[in-house]
Design a protein around this ligand. Structure first.
Ligand SMILES: [Fe+2]
Length: 194
């Protein structure tokens, strides 16, 4: 499956434009993270860090969020069966399952570990942008996101313990991880409407 086809699937399945934007944000961060992780792990085969694959996992991870009616027990079931029908690789399927602790509590590779932490961080960064006077990502600083990260009441739905997994599961210090994600989202700010 290529990106064009994935975008079609996404738009067919999601009506909520904010959810589509969330998927685009996660895609952008995942692509950037693949590059960073590849540089950190020259000893691993390059296929581990295929940007297109990481991007697809990001793009499609929440595609069935509306059709499963936000029910966490069934979330990912529909998109996974759709992708299996289309012959999408097991690595991508497992990557998508990787963001959902109920479906895949054991994250086995960096792709699965990456989506798990990125998913929540993208939500936190979006929330940080939305409380700025101009509601823009361009004026959002790393320091500001870090400060909001420590405010437990701010965007409490963006699970801090999940974001913090970047440190032990990916080997990336929190501040660096936030910086990577912020830059990735800023690079597509127009598409994100932020
Ligand atoms: Fe998500």
């Amino acid at each position: 499956m290529d990106r064009t086809e994935a975008i079609i699937v996404l738009n067919e399945m999601l009506e909520n434009k904010n959810l589509v934007r969330h998927c685009l944000a996660v895609e952008a961060i995942m692509r950037k993270l693949a590059i960073v992780m590849k540089q950190m792990h020259p000893e691993l085969p390059e296929v581990e860090f295929d940007e297109d694959e990481w991007g697809l996992v990001g793009l499609l991870h929440d595609a069935d969020y509306e059709v499963t009616n936000k029910d966490l027990q069934t979330h990912t079931d529909i998109i996974v069966s759709k992708l299996l029908e289309k012959g999408v690789s097991k690595r991508i399927i497992n990557g998508i399952l990787g963001h959902h602790e109920l479906k895949k509590p054991n994250r086995e590779n960096f792709l699965e570990k990456g989506i798990y932490a990125v998913d929540e961080l993208s939500g936190l960064i979006t929330a940080c942008a939305l409380v700025r006077p101009d509601k823009k990502l361009s004026s959002l600083s790393l320091e500001s996101v870090m400060k909001k990260f420590r405010q437990k009441d701010f965007a409490a739905g963006a699970l801090r313990h999940q974001i913090l997994k970047c440190e032990d599961e990916l080997g990336i210090p929190l501040e660096e991880f936030v910086s990577i994600a912020l830059a990735a989202m800023q690079s597509i700010s127009e598409e994100l409407g932020l």
